[in-house]
Design a protein around this ligand. Structure first.
Ligand SMILES: NC(=O)c1ccc[n+]([C@@H]2O[C@H](COP(=O)([O-])OP(=O)(O)OC[C@H]3O[C@@H](n4cnc5c(N)ncnc54)[C@H](OP(=O)(O)O)[C@@H]3O)[C@@H](O)[C@H]2O)c1
Length: 262
C-alpha cells in the first residue's frame, strides 16, 4: 500500500493544536512538505519544530484568521506566488460556539458560514489549478459526525457542517475527472481543547461535575473512551495518500462507533 507523500505539499489549516497539529505531524511522517496555518505564530513555530524532516522535507508557516476569508486568500495567494504548489488541502478551523439553533442570531450563522464554507471554498479555488497540473489532489475537510446525526446543543455548528458536507460531495462529483478526491473526516469526541470546552459547558448546564459528564459521554461510545488526535490523523493520512485514489465523496466518522446510523 503506497502511503508516501514524498514530493507533495500539504496545507494544513488550524494546525497550531488539536487535530490539525496531529494531521500535520502525520502527513510529514508520510514524507509531505507541510504548510501550517492558524492565527498564533508562537504555537505554529512549536508545531513546526516537531514535524518530521527525515525525508528532506521543508515546512512553512502562514498566519491567517478564518473569520476573514479575504485574509486567508491573501496569505495563501501570496505563498503560491512564490512558486510553490500544494497538492493536499486540509480544511480545518475552530468550531462555532455551542448553543441551540433556535436562539442563535443570524450573525452567528453568517460568521460560521464564512469561517467554514467560504474559507474552504476560496482555498479550493486557489489550489485547484496546481492540483490539476499535478494530476493529484486531495481535499479533506475536518467536519463533525453531526453531518450524519445532529448533536444536541450545537445548533449553528450542525447547520453549517451540513453545508460543508454537501459542498464537498458536489465537488467530488466535479473534480474526480482530474484525479482530485474530496472527502470529509468526521471526528467524534476527540481529546483536544475543543472537547474540554464542550464537556465543561455541558457539565455546567446539567449541574454535574466535569468528571461525571465525561463518564456519561464515554458511556455512549462503543469504544468507551474518547479518541486521540493521532487516531483521527491516521484516517486523514490514508485519505491523503496515493493508496486512497479511488475513495471520494465520503463522510468517514472517526468516532469510536458513536454515530448510530450506518
Ligand atoms: N475535538 C472534538 O471532539 C471535535 C468533535 C467534532 C468536531 N470537532 C471539530 O473539529 C475541528 C478541529 O477540532 P479540534 O478539537 O482540533 O479544535 P481545537 O483544538 O480548538 O483547534 C482548532 C485549531 O483551529 C485554529 N483556529 C481556530 N479558529 C481559527 C480561525 N478563526 N482562523 C484560523 N485558525 C483558527 C486554532 O489555532 P489558533 O487559535 O492558533 O488560530 C487551532 O489550531 C473543529 O472545527 C471542531 O469543532 C471537534
Amino acid at each position: 500500500m503506497n502511503l508516501s507523500l514524498k514530493g507533495k505539499r500539504a496545507l494544513v489549516c488550524g494546525s497550531s493544536q488539536g487535530m490539525g497539529k496531529a494531521i500535520a505531524q502525520q502527513l510529514a511522517q508520510q514524507g509531505a512538505d507541510i504548510v501550517l496555518l492558524a492565527r498564533n505564530m508562537a504555537s505554529l513555530e512549536e508545531v513546526k519544530a516537531t514535524l518530521d524532516t527525515s525525508q528532506n522535507q521543508s515546512h512553512d508557516i502562514l498566519l491567517a484568521d478564518f473569520s476573514y476569508p479575504e485574509q486567508v486568500v491573501a496569505s495563501v495567494a501570496n505563498y503560491l506566488n512564490s512558486g510553490k504548489t500544494i497538492q493536499v488541502l486540509i480544511n480545518n478551523t475552530g468550531g462555532p460556539a455551542p448553543g441551540p439553533a433556535h436562539t442563535a442570531e443570524t450573525e452567528n450563522f453568517l460568521a460560521a458560514f464564512n469561517q467554514h464554507l467560504v474559507c474552504n471554498h476560496e482555498l479550493m479555488k486557489l489550489l485547484l489549478p496546481g492540483m490539476q497540473a499535478a494530476i493529484y489532489g486531495r481535499i479533506i475537510n475536518v467536519i463533525s459526525t453531526s453531518v450524519k446525526q445532529p448533536l444536541i446543543g450545537l445548533g449553528v455548528s450542525n447547520t453549517v457542517r451540513g453545508a460543508v458536507a454537501s459542498w464537498a460531495k458536489t465537488l467530488a462529483n466535479e473534480l474526480g475527472q482530474f484525479n482530485i478526491t474530496v472527502n470529509n473526516v468526521l471526528p467524534g469526541a476527540t481529546n483536544t481543547v475543543r472537547l474540554e470546552a464542550i464537556i465543561k459547558n455541558k457539565a455546567s448546564k446539567a449541574g454535574v461535575s466535569i468528571e461525571e459528564m465525561e463518564v456519561e459521554e464515554k458511556s455512549i461510545i462503543p469504544m468507551k473512551r474518547f479518541g486521540e488526535p493521532e487516531e483521527f490523523a491516521n484516517a486523514v493520512g490514508f485519505l491523503a495518500s496515493p493508496a486512497a485514489a479511488y475513495i471520494t465523496g465520503i463522510n468517514l466518522p472517526v468516532d469510536g462507533g458513536r454515530t448510530s446510523s450506518l
